[in-house]
Unconditional design. Structure first.
Length: 478
């Protein structure tokens, strides 16, 4: 598959209807006006070799092939690797909130000090988003992902051995954050750029993140209660090793020369113009990228804040049983996972396009957060109270879940082909900063005003990303 260094993937060459074998003349990456269509299944005997083309670029042979997992087995392995990497992201994003009580006790620090992890990761995501293109130009997609997963392996090894102080524990999340910026943007654009079933597979990719997220709170609580708590990090460590091995083989054709070829727009595009389009300053001034980055900043901030701080809110304000309250949080992630699994299939059937589907999902998410806020102002009355709260969180999760993949698909549809490679990865990476910086900000605000205001703050963030989504038709021509 034609992929970019930031894990990007162009709308690549199409299979010809007459021969069902792709050649480089069918489509030049970066060209305008090519409509994506579903391909017919390749004829028997086509296989990966029949769909692959070798092109000499900068003195190297670049292997390019269509973005159809049905025709190219390598793409199936790339998709599988992306799923494993997203399991790591889901576990990581919930680890701090789930281990909050343990970290404050073991390291004798406050919740605000623990929340520094979110701030460190926000800085790391910024560094990663800026460095992604350079990493891919120097190492290719394969090298960038191997570096990212290798870094995860080293950092989780250190965490599993329990750093002696919190300020040895904290820097590990900087290197993890840089790695996740590369992985996050890469996997999103990789699947979002597929020519077949991109919406469905992108939804399932984020469902994998949701699965990891909703099992993390009870899993971390159980390990902390019954075992040695740093052993929790052996789980993402094992997944990091698996993903690094898969990336080594699945992305073997994704070289630095191939990334530069894709970014050049192919042989028929002015290299200077293609380079200017990829400049960071021009990319972040594109209204589509600005809206996508702003939406994802607030969306991921809301998602991670709700997942990270809800358990602390419940323990501080409602009930002191960590295991019971972890199941309430799990309801949110279970709903998010279910929503992402179903979204790709539901959106195509009931909505005219992904934007309209996202508009509906965002509004219902806001409504569920209003109900969650209203419930939070009531005093708890037995088990039924927590069942109702879990139900509202479950429904909020169902409708917030599809919004990330929907935004990625809408962004890809609105951008010209030559900008998809770098611009979308920048938008996803910059948006991911919200998933790191907003939980830190929310933690500081709650420390100042009291955790009883958490549902209100969560609702306000959801309202803000709804406003961004409503602005799309006003600022972007569909």
């Amino acid at each position: 598959m034609m992929t970019s260094s930031s894990g990007t993937s162009a709308s690549l060459p199409l299979l010809r209807e007459d021969e069902q074998v792709w050649t480089a003349d069918d489509h030049i990456p970066g060209s305008e006006g090519t409509e994506l269509r579903e391909w017919e299944s390749p004829r028997p005997g086509c296989g990966q070799k029949g769909c692959m083309k070798e092109i000499e670029y900068e003195g190297e042979l670049v292997r390019v092939y269509p973005a159809d997992y049905r025709a190219v087995p390598t793409i199936r392995w790339q998709i599988a690797a992306a799923f494993v990497m997203f399991l790591i992201l889901g576990i990581n994003d919930q680890s701090t909130g789930s281990l909050m009580p343990v970290l404050t006790r073991e390291y004798a620090v406050t919740k605000v000090q623990v929340a520094l992890i979110f701030a460190v990761q926000s800085v790391a995501y910024t560094v990663g988003s800026v460095a992604t293109d350079r990493l891919h130009r120097a190492l290719g997609m394969r090298g960038a992902l191997l570096l990212a997963t290798g870094t995860c392996t080293v950092m989780y090894t250190a965490l599993s051995l329990k750093p002696p102080t919190f300020y040895w524990y904290l820097p590990c999340f900087f290197y993890l954050g840089v790695s996740f910026a590369v992985i996050d943007s890469g996997c999103n654009v990789l699947l979002g750029g597929l020519d077949v079933h991109n919406t469905e597979l992108l939804g399932l990719l984020h469902a994998a993140y949701g699965v990891a997220s909703f099992i993390t709170p009870p899993l971390a609580s159980s390990i902390a209660e019954h075992h040695y708590w740093p052993h929790f990090f052996l789980i993402p460590l094992a997944l990091s090793l698996v993903s690094a091995t898969m990336c080594f083989f699945a992305f073997r054709h994704e070289t630095a020369a191939k990334y530069r070829y894709v970014c050049s727009g192919g042989e028929g595009t002015d290299p200077e113009e293609a380079t200017r389009d990829r400049e960071f300053g021009r990319v972040v001034r594109n209204p589509v990228i600005v809206l996508a980055a702003a939406f994802l900043f607030l969306y991921l901030g809301s998602e991670v804040s709700t997942g990270s701080w809800t358990l602390t809110y419940l323990l501080e304000c409602k009930n002191k049983d960590p295991m019971a309250m972890s199941y309430v949080v799990t309801a949110y992630w279970a709903g998010l996972t279910l929503g992402r699994i179903a979204s790709g299939f539901v959106s195509r059937r009931f909505f005219a396009n992904e934007y309209r589907a996202g508009l509906f999902y965002a509004c219902i998410t806001l409504f569920m957060h209003v109900l969650f806020m209203a419930t939070g102002f009531l005093a708890p009355h037995g088990t039924g109270y927590f069942v109702v709260m879990a139900l509202f969180l479950f429904l909020a999760g169902i409708f917030i879940g599809p919004l990330f993949p929907n935004c990625c698909v809408v962004t890809l549809q609105l951008l010209p082909k030559r900008l998809q490679l770098n611009a979308v990865s920048v938008a996803v990476a910059l948006g991911s900063i919200g998933g790191a910086i907003l939980p830190f900000a929310v933690g500081n605000i709650l420390d100042a005003v009291g955790f009883q205001w958490f549902p209100t703050i969560a609702m306000v963030i959801v309202l803000m990303f709804n406003i961004i989504w409503w602005l799309y038709p006003l600022l972007v021509k569909f």
